[in-house]
Design a protein around this ligand. Structure first.
Ligand code: NAP
Length: 276
């Protein structure tokens, strides 16, 4: 039930029709009896500035921002949380009496999910597959913990640029590149869209390179079990799925808007149901 006191949160992106965030957040608002609602807004590029002004103008508590606006939205905000500023992309805006601050809960959510699995980054080497928006957040987050990072990307100059900016190393996406990057690594993170529905028969990593002792984190969450995850499990690797990161970034955004802890299990169940 909404009324004149309902606080509005939501998602700005294009497209937004397949997002599971409305289900995740609304289920928690209901479970906690909070007078909040989360709506998905499909925002056209030329209307992004007007939509952001609308957060102030209509007093929204805050929003998530998804593709393709995670970077484009930065100049429209008043402040950036320091890690979000370093990454150069945000996925959450908090409205504090008209002052809009941008946060990157993808990076923090990834680290929470990784640590929650029991994996410890300190002194380790990680291979990140991809050099797009998600990879960028993960590479910054890993480097910050002192992890050695190797980046592999289809477009090599993008891997090189991200490596140069962060102090990581860059490798080509071919057999020799994979092999060199994986030498001494204990973590592989897929931050490409390879394996994502409807392309679920594909995997970003040749299965021959998977071995026991490796932790494999696939950020893809649709399907929930990707080919990479199945092959990694069959090879004796520890496996973490993208749902964990999706959940943790949602938990953090919820806490930023409301100041309350989100019950993970409620959020998880609604995310799982929405992904079915
Ligand atoms: P993005 O900025 O568009 O980057 C896409 C990345 O995938 C690029 O590195 C791109 O390589 C690579 N790629 C795409 N198709 C490829 C192909 N056929 N072969 C080789 N490489 C290919 O997208 P993004 O926002 O970073 O998202 C990447 C993935 O992260 C998606 O699967 C998304 O679901 C996932 N993600 C998950 C969460 C979560 O909460 N679990 C959050 C954010 C993102 P090029 O540079 O060569 O184009």
């Amino acid at each position: 039930m909404t009324d004149t006191n309902t606080r509005l949160t939501g998602l700005f992106g294009n497209p937004v029709a397949h997002s599971v965030s409305p289900a995740m957040h609304n289920s928690v608002f209901q479970a906690l009896g909070m007078n909040y609602i989360y709506l998905a807004f499909q925002v056209a590029e030329k209307e992004l500035a007007a939509a952001v002004s609308g957060i102030r103008g209509m007093g929204l508590a805050g929003v998530n921002v998804t593709l393709p606006y995670k970077t484009a939205v930065l100049p429209l905000l008043d402040k950036l949380e320091p890690q979000a500023e370093r990454i150069g992309a945000i996925n959450t805006i908090v409205n504090d009496n008209g002052c809009l601050t941008g946060y990157n809960t993808d990076a923090a959510g990834f680290m929470t999910a990784l640590r929650g699995s029991g994996y410890r980054c300190e002194g380790q080497k990680a291979v990140v597959l991809g050099a797009g928006g998600a990879a960028r957040a993960l590479v910054f987050a890993l480097i910050r913990t002192g992890t050695e990072v190797a980046i592999i990307n289809r477009t090599f100059r993008k891997a090189e640029a991200l490596a140069e900016e962060t102090g990581a190393a860059a490798f080509e996406m071919h057999d020799n590149g994979y092999r060199k990057a994986l030498e001494g690594a204990s973590l592989v993170v897929n931050a490409t869209s390879i394996g994502m529905s409807p392309g679920e028969t594909a995997s970003p990593l040749p299965p021959g390179l998977l071995r026991p002792g490796l932790t494999v984190f696939d950020t893809v969450y649709r399907p929930r079990q990707t080919r990479l995850m199945s092959e990694a499990r069959a090879s004796g690797c520890a496996v973490i799925g993208g749902l964990e990161m999706l959940l943790e970034q949602g938990v953090l955004s919820f806490e930023l808007w409301t100041g309350r802890a989100a019950p993970r299990e409620v959020m998880r169940q609604s995310a799982e149901a929405a992904l079915e």
